[in-house]
Design a protein around this ligand. Structure first.
Ligand SMILES: [Mg+2]
Length: 428
């Protein structure tokens, strides 16, 4: 049997550990997408995390110890969106993705707190380590979800007792409520968990009778494209998909995979550790037209990203910069380079990619840089190797300073200069 564990309203549960007065009341964690990373003064503490392999969370966090007014109020207006709402708050119709202002209209006594992603991350990491000691194979699926394989470890007759004691132990040790689903396959187990919430356990033995009347949109990870196609075919429940098995199979591999997942016959294993494929940083911002300011922000993103890359000792060979404009249009540019990684290299590449893909005038709403194509061997561009080695060494040293004194303690002068430059001028 495979199991799926999902923490209930994780972020708010975590906040309740720190502040018990949030217990049993409508409460929510709201977020503002790290608006302070671009501040030119380093008034805010920014933390980085590097042991998040597989947790799919950003590695750079603005550490919010701020009160409601400091964090959510700007220019007399309430900003931010709800990230997680407690079950008490959900009774008022408060949902993830709603603006904080809307949520407060629905429930004026709602307690909204700023997020502390670093703390959630640490909790999640500790829970992962704990689960690895209790279950033979554990896969971290997201910051608050895990898959496990208990085949040959727990007999079917003992499974419910085992899961109950596991659930109880997690609650006692971590103070975190959790729901658990179990089935022969991962995706059926995940679907089962959604029926166990909150703080429940659901074991599925007979997939066919379990999924028969479940609406198709409730299946984990079913895309909008498939939903539309299935609706056109008149399919509304998971049970009905059996009649059109041949159609799923005509959709080739993704269609076949989906069909097998729905019927719990996929046999997908628990993946204990996945090698890192890419690492990136991106931020949504209030629209900015000033190209100098945008270049300054790109340099800040490059600084944070290069610090993460240095800590993980990665040698990327593929670089991507993405821009989203206020009008909804997106643009991207890529570059392959075998030069030894350094912060300076990332800065130059990022600015070069920006000049390649940017139209030069449309207000920008989102900036992102990512690196991939990690290299294990030592095949470098020899033309620049002496200069690159010096720069790589410099990054190593900067890293020590930043670990000790924070990400803003050391910056390249060019970050400050960029903002003052006239538009169109390039860096060399
Ligand atoms: Mg959850």
């Amino acid at each position: 049997m495979k199991i799926h564990l999902d923490l209930d309203a994780f972020f708010i549960a975590a906040e309740r550990i720190k502040d018990p007065s949030l217990q049993d009341v409508p409460a929510a964690v709201g977020g503002r997408g790290d608006p302070f990373i671009f501040d030119s003064k380093s008034a805010h503490k920014i933390d980085t995390v590097h042991d998040n392999n597989g947790a799919f969370v950003p590695s750079i966090f603005y550490n919010a110890d701020a009160n409601f007014r400091d964090y959510f109020v700007e220019g007399g207006k309430i900003r931010g969106i709800i990230i997680t709402a407690s079950y008490e708050a959900r009774k008022y119709g408060i949902k993830t993705g709603m603006t904080v202002r809307e949520a407060l209209e629905l429930c004026p006594h709602l307690r909204v707190v700023a997020p502390n992603h670093l703390f959630y991350h640490q909790l999640s990491h500790r829970l992962h380590l704990f689960l690895k000691r209790r279950i033979p194979a554990v896969e971290q699926f997201s910051i608050d979800e895990f898959f496990g394989d208990v085949s040959g470890w727990v007999e079917r007759e003992e499974l419910e007792d085992f899961l109950r004691s596991l659930q109880k132990e997690i609650e006692e040790r971590f103070g975190l409520p959790i729901s658990i689903g179990a089935a022969k396959s991962k995706w059926t187990a995940k679907l089962a968990t959604s029926f166990a919430k909150p703080q429940g356990i659901k074991i599925v033995d007979d997939v066919e009778s379990f999924i028969r009347d479940i609406p198709i949109e409730e299946f984990p990870g079913i895309g909008r494209g498939y939903l539309r196609r299935l609706r056109t075919l008149g399919i509304t429940t998971l049970g009905e998909t059996r009649q059109i098995r041949h159609i799923f199979y005509s959709w080739k591999k993704p269609g076949i995979t989906l069909y097998r997942r729905i019927w719990g016959i996929d046999d997908e294993p628990i993946v204990q550790a996945s090698p890192r494929k890419s690492i990136g940083i991106s931020r949504t911002i209030d629209p900015v037209s000033d190209r100098g300011e945008l270049r300054r922000r790109i340099l800040i993103l490059a600084r944070h990203l290069s610090s993460s890359i240095a800590k993980l000792r990665l040698q990327p060979t593929y670089y991507t910069l993405g821009v989203r404009y206020e009008n909804g249009l997106k643009t991207k540019a890529h570059l392959r380079s075998h030069r030894l990684f350094s912060e300076k290299l990332l800065q130059c590449i990022a600015l070069e990619l920006f000049s390649q893909c940017d139209d030069g005038y449309t207000p920008v709403m989102r900036l992102g840089i990512s690196c991939s194509g990690f290299y294990a061997s030592k095949l470098y561009d020899l033309w620049h190797i002496y200069e690159d080695k010096k720069l790589a060494r410099l990054l190593e040293c900067s890293q020590k300073v930043r670990t000790k004194f924070g990400m803003d303690s050391l910056r390249w002068g060019v970050e400050m200069l960029e903002a003052a430059k006239p538009p169109g001028e390039n860096i060399s």
